[in-house]
Design a protein around this ligand. Structure first.
Ligand code: MF3
Ligand code: CO
Length: 254
């Protein structure tokens, strides 16, 4: 499959992205103290099925341990791929809600999106972590454009995160998306010249900076999916699917 999507494909991706974004907005609104992450997952799944889409994370991965849910719910020190459970969200938590969909269900295309939301009141540094992570995704969106170099933008993103006193995850990266949940190219959020690539019109990319309050090193939990910070510090994550254009990008998950 080509990394470059046609105009017709981008049109279809935008339809799906619009639905996915409204699904995530509704799920994020229900993320409150007293609610379990399972309940948020069930809501996301219902909304996706009702809209004529298919949850793309559910069943993804190796057949001996496929991802079991529609939504990823990564709480506090968890970075990404947290599995929904009977955990009851409590005041002071932060939770990354990450969702992917194939749309339409037959011969569909894939989009991917996440936000990190606070549960009740959170302290100032945690608020700032969420704000800076969101702004680091905005740096991607503002700078991406056909002809530009991927690593030049990644350097800006890393620099912004680090001047704010946070660290950026190295071992997990963004990715191409559209014909599958994950496609080439890989999109690091830090300076990595060996990943260098020139952006081309029609590339569809999932940009997803993952930012930590402490050290950027990660560990995998025993469920074989959840990634958390090694030092137990908080982490935030925002993601959009975008299409590269001549003059910039269109946000598919808008
Ligand atoms: N946005 C996440 C990612 O790109 C979600 C994938 S969850 C998985 O890695 F289960 F599909 F892997
Ligand atoms: Co992704």
């Amino acid at each position: 499959m080509s990394l470059i999507k046609s105009e017709a494909e981008i049109k279809q991706l935008r339809e799906g992205g619009k639905i996915l974004s409204s699904v995530l907005k509704k799920v994020a609104k229900q993320a409150k103290a007293g609610v379990t992450t399972n309940e948020l997952n069930d809501l996301a799944e219902r909304l996706i099925l009702m809209a004529g889409g298919e949850p793309s994370f559910k069943g993804y991965g190796e057949s001996n341990n496929p991802y079991p849910a529609t939504l990823c719910t990564s709480v506090n020190d968890e970075i990404v791929h947290g599995i929904p459970s009977d955990y009851i969200l409590q005041k002071g938590d932060i939770v990354s809600l990450d969702v992917g969909m194939k749309y339409p269900r037959e011969n569909g295309l894939y989009t991917d999106m996440s936000v990190t939301v606070p549960i009740g009141k959170i302290d100032r540094s945690t608020k700032n972590l969420i704000k800076v992570t969101k702004q680091s995704l905005d740096i991607w969106l503002k700078n991406i454009k056909a002809g530009k170099n991927l690593n030049d933008i990644a350097k800006l993103v890393q620099n912004y995160i680090e001047i704010n006193g946070f660290s950026v995850v190295r071992d997990l990266v963004g990715h191409g998306v559209g014909h599958d949940v994950h496609e080439e190219p890989q999109i690091p959020n830090y300076d990595s010249p060996h990943f260098d690539l020139e952006l081309k019109e029609g590339m569809v990319l999932a940009l997803e900076p993952m930012v930590c309050l402490g050290d950027y090193r990660i560990r995998e939990k025993r469920d074989g999916w959840t990634y958390a910070t090694l030092d137990g510090s908080l982490s935030a994550h925002f993601e959009h699917t975008i299409a590269v254009t001549k003059g910039g990008c269109v946000v598919i998950t808008k």
